[in-house]
Write a protein that binds this ligand. Sequence first.
Ligand code: ZN
Length: 297
Amino acid sequence: MDWEGSRESTNVEDLRGQPMAGGGGGVPFGAGGGLGIGTVVIVLVISYFTGINPSVLLGGAQMVQGARGGYSAPAPSQARATAQGGAKDRTTKLVRSVLGETEDVWSQILPQQTGVKYVPATLVLFSGATSSGCGTAQSAMGPFYCPEDKKVYLDTSFFHDMETKYGGGGDFPDAYVVAHEIGHHVQDLLGILGKANDQEQQVSKTQANAISVRIELMADCLAGVFAAHARNWHVNQSDIQQAIATAQAIGDDRLQTAARGYAVPDSFTHGSSAQRVQWLTTGLKSGDVKSCDTFAQ
Ligand SMILES: [Zn+2]
């Protein structure tokens, strides 16, 4: 994947190395039931490629529910954190570049294709835990989009673990994570996220799961639409293969065991890795937001 020529976005808040703002001294890692870091990482990696872990996959919708349930956290002191900046490591550069490219692409194609103006999201880099408009963000939750404050929360140790422990990381999977989360932001701008959340409140858990899966697959498709238009973010066949290989590197049994060990086991009916690749490919081929209507099927 070629990304080094992309403009780096300025809409990044680097909170890494900051004490958790407004919190009570941090949140213990693995608070979801004493999970080891290995299990957590497996769950996180799986979630991206197979759609198992709802705290990642149901991301936006769940976060909205959390916020509506009265779970709120004070806003972090962002001005101070932003002014301090962060380490200019390669991952940070990649994240900034991909985010910059999403801004350039979506600002152009969202109005063209849907008549909706694109308002950029902010991406928050944190380590360990931080407060968000949707409650406390923890590393163990994986990256997510919070519609309440229009921010993507990302702990870059997630990328590091993907690469060092599972050999499944790399530029494309990393960039794909960012593009997928921005896909949720696009859904939010289009009013789809809010509508889906309203529906999820009124139906059974199984039906709510089905809605969440469609939301996730749509975000995958939107990541593909973005990639189709990105001038400096060319996805090639080997990138897709890389994503598939990562999914396949983790067998179903291991996957389900890991997922059962996690807090929310209701979500096994989720999109398979094949579905995720299928929808990503759909977006890549069409370059058209309309092709991403996962609710029409
Ligand atoms: Zn998602």
